[in-house]
Design a protein around this ligand. Structure first.
Ligand code: NAP
Length: 280
C-alpha cells in the first residue's frame, strides 16, 4: 500500500497523513498457524487494513496465509514486519528480509522495522541495508521499534531513506510523552504496541468510568485515547469478538474531559521490559 492509496482506503480505517491505517492487528503470540491465519482473515474482512508481525513471532507464513485467504486485495493491506536483533548485520538484513517476504508470500512489505536497537544493531550498517531494500522496492517504508530519542536522532542522521515510524509500547499506563515529542519533531509516526497494556487497562477505574459513560468497552476507550494522541494502535486479538470490539473503537469519540481523566492516571506500567532493552 503506497501513500497515494490513502484516499482509496475505506474511511473507517482512518489513515494517518502518511496513509498508514491507524488501527492494526497485532499478532505476537498468535502461535497456532491455523488460528493466526483465521485471525488475520477475520480482521481483514472486518475492515482492518494494517497487520503487524515480526520474524521473531514465527508466524509470518500464517499471516501471509490469512492475507491470501481474505477477500481483500493485497495492495489494500498495510503489512509490517520486523527484523530480529540477531539479524541486523548488513548482509543478514538483506538475506533475512527476503526470507520474510518468501514466508509472507508477498513481493514487498509496506513497513520493515528494526525490532530493537540491540544485538547486532549498528545504525550505519543496519540502516544502510534498510535503505538498499527500499531502493530495490522490497520495502515501502523504513521503521524502527523500541527506539529512544537518542537512537532516533542517530537513525535520522545516518539513514538515507526517511524513518517512517517508531513502534513503542504505548497505552494509558505508559503514555510515552518524550518519545511522542521526539517523533513529532522528526516527523515520524508513532505506532503503539501493547495498547491494552496486555489487559492491565481493563482494571483502571478511570478507564472504566469513561467506558461506562460511552457505553464502550475498556479496550475501545484505550484505543480511542491512543488515536486522539495521533498514535496508531496495533492491539493483538485472536477471535472475532475481540477483533470486532477493537474495530468498533473507531466509532468512540472521547471528549476533552475523558482525555484529561485518562491523562491524569498516575499508575504506570511497562509490560515489555527485556534485559536487552536499550533503557535497561
Ligand atoms: P495487547 O494488544 O495490549 O493485549 C493483547 C491481549 O488483550 C490478548 O490477551 C488479547 O486476547 C486481549 N484482548 C484484545 N482485545 C481485547 C478486547 N477487546 N477485550 C478483552 N481482551 C482483549 O498486547 P500485545 O500483544 O503485547 O501487543 C499488541 C501487538 O503489538 C503484538 O501482538 C505485536 O504485534 C506488537 N508488539 C510489538 C513489540 C515490539 O517490540 N515492537 C512488543 C510487543 C508487542 P486474545 O488474544 O484472546 O484476543
Amino acid at each position: 500500500m503506497g501513500t497515494e492509496d490513502a484516499e482509496t482506503v475505506a474511511p473507517g480505517t482512518c489513515p494517518t497523513a502518511n496513509g498508514m491505517p491507524m488501527l492494526g492487528l497485532g499478532t505476537w503470540q498468535n502461535d497456532d498457524a491455523e488460528q493466526c491465519a483465521e485471525s488475520v482473515r477475520t480482521a481483514l474482512e472486518t475492515g482492518y487494513r494494517h497487520i503487524d508481525t515480526a520474524q521473531a513471532y514465527d508466524n509470518e507464513a500464517a499471516v501471509g496465509e490469512g492475507i491470501a485467504r481474505a477477500d481483500v486485495d493485497r495492495e489494500d493491506v498495510f503489512l509490517a514486519t520486523k527484523v530480529w536483533y540477531s539479524n541486523l548485520a548488513h548482509d543478514d538484513v538483506l538475506e533475512t528480509t527476503r526470507d520474510s517476504l518468501d514466508r509472507l508470500g508477498v513481493d514487498s512489505v509496506d513497513l520493515l522495522y528494526v525490532h530493537w536497537p540491540s544485538g547486532e544493531y549498528d545504525a550505519e550498517e543496519t540502516l544502510s541495508a534498510f535503505s538498499e531494500l527500499s531502493d530495490e522496492g522490497l520495502i515501502e517504508n523504513v521503521g524502527v521499534s523500541n527506539f529512544q530519542p537518542e537512537h532516533l536522532e542517530e537513525a535520522v542522521d545516518v539513514c538515507d531513506a526517511p524513518i517512517f515510524a517508531n513502534q513503542v509500547e504505548l497505552h494509558p499506563l505508559l503514555p510515552q510523552e518524550e518519545i511522542r515529542e521526539a517523533c513529532e519533531n522528526y516527523d515520524i509516526e508513532v505506532v503503539g504496541y501493547s495498547p491494552l497494556a496486555r489487559g492491565q487497562v481493563f482494571q483502571q477505574p478511570e478507564i472504566q468510568t469513561v467506558a461506562e459513560k460511552h457505553d464502550a468497552s475498556e479496550a475501545q476507550v484505550s484505543l480511542a485515547w491512543a488515536r486522539e494522541k495521533g498514535v496508531t494502535a496495533i492491539p493483538k486479538a485472536t477471535g472475532e469478538v475481540h477483533i470486532s470490539d477493537n474495530w468498533e473503537s473507531l466509532t468512540v469519540d472521547l471528549d476533552r474531559e475523558d482525555i484529561n481523566r485518562i491523562d491524569a492516571i498516575d499508575e504506570t506500567s511497562r509490560e515489555i521490559d527485556p534485559g536487552f532493552a536499550p533503557w535497561n
